[in-house]
Design a binder for this molecule. Structure first.
Ligand SMILES: *Cc1c(COP(=O)(O)O)cnc(C)c1O
Length: 352
């Protein structure tokens, strides 16, 4: 609390990101990719000309947007880019969901940044409970009187993803407000809703380079949707920061998009490791939800989740435990390399 803060700043509950330890640990707590970015990214970094930094970057990020447009088979006007998808989400919440007397509808358990944006902007929230299989019950979202809908697909921290067909059925019932689908975990087996944007002008799909493209440190995110929605995002961005994408990030992003082979291989390895790890954990009497993301959501049956997380930490392995109501019995474990997951399974099997 400070007398210098504007009213409301002291009552904000900011998002708490997973720990970034200073010592070397096996990091399975923030869903980073265990494999390095493409060689092409490394070449860009080696050959980047310092001279470029003298000038401001392109405020419209046309080169990066063109690359994304061709990768996702859409047009440049249907693409928005930002400093991580967290920034894109922050702009989207402001652009579409701040509506007097109407509440944004989100799942009860989903990316925990959404309620933070709502609190920051004063957007009312209405939460929809997950079903008994821990899936987002698309049929329970309201059809009118709401400010819009936002959820992650695959959802976090559960890993369940709906098919494009199911998303289409939802969109058929949602004509009046924006439906935001956060595809941060696309690339690990789920279907993208991007091919639906030409049919549903209220659909905004967000994505990131942080997970499937191994670039969490570069801060690159994007949104794909109708021109109308992209223009709304641009109006917010240009009222906030004209240059969210620096020239190095842009060149790195373009290089990453060019190397589909490298990333396909990494994603396939992660999916194979995920399935092997799920099996090994089930054999240790741990409940494991099916996942189409680069993490597993698990419930140890014999011990408390918080104490399992603490004892893993003592063995040098970080996983994510959410102290939130309804999630306290569970752990979210990112998929690392085969060797890291073997270390995890060994630590769990031998823990006192
Ligand atoms: C990681 C994550 C993001 C944020 O990604 P950045 O692009 O690194 O900001 C957004 N949504 C979900 C669901 C995530 O898990």
């Amino acid at each position: 609390m400070s007398k210098f803060w504007s009213p409301g700043v002291d009552s904000l509950t900011p998002y708490v990101p997973g720990e970034q330890p200073r010592q070397r640990m096996i990091k399975l707590n923030t869903n980073e990719n265990p494999y390095p970015p493409s060689d092409r990214v490394e070449r860009v970094l080696r050959e980047f000309s310092c001279e470029q930094l003298r000038r401001y970057p392109d405020p419209e990020s046309l080169a990066l947007r063109d690359s994304l447009a061709s990768a996702y088979n859409v047009t440049r006007e249907q693409v928005f880019v930002g400093n991580g998808s967290d920034e894109v989400l922050a702009f989207a919440f402001r652009a579409f969901f701040l509506r007097d007397g109407e509440a944004l509808s989100i799942p009860e358990h989903t990316y925990s940044f959404y309620p933070v944006y709502c609190q920051l902007y004063g957007i009312d929230l209405q939460k929809v409970a997950l079903n008994e299989r821990w899936e987002v019950p698309l049929e329970h979202f309201p059809e009118k009187g709401h400010a819009g809908i936002a959820f992650a697909n695959p959802n976090a921290p559960t890993g369940h993803a709906h098919s494009r067909q199911a998303i289409r059925a939802l969109l058929e019932r949602q004509r009046e407000r924006v439906v935001l689908i956060d595809e941060a975990y696309y690339g690990f087996g789920s279907e993208s809703a991007v091919p639906l944007i030409n049919e549903y002008h209220n659909l905004l799909v967000t994505g990131t380079f942080s997970k499937s493209r191994s670039l969490a440190g570069m801060r690159l995110g994007f949104a794909i949707g109708s021109r109308e929605l992209i223009e709304g995002l641009e109006r917010i961005k240009d009222s906030f920061n004209s240059y969210p994408i620096d020239p190095l990030a842009s060149a790195v992003g373009i290089a990453a998009l060019e190397d589909t082979r490298h990333y396909d291989e990494c994603c396939r390895a992660i999916m194979a490791t995920r399935e092997g790890t799920a099996q090994a954990l089930r054999e240790l009497d741990i409940e494991v939800l099916p996942s189409q993301a680069n993490f597993l959501f698990v419930r140890p049956r014999r011990k408390e989740a918080a104490s399992v997380a603490a004892s893993l930490r003592a063995s040098g392995i970080l996983v994510r435990h959410f102290a939130a109501p309804g999630l306290a019995d569970w752990l979210r474990i990112s998929i690392g390399t085969e060797a890291e997951m073997t270390a995890l399974v060994t630590a769990l099997a031998t823990a006192p």
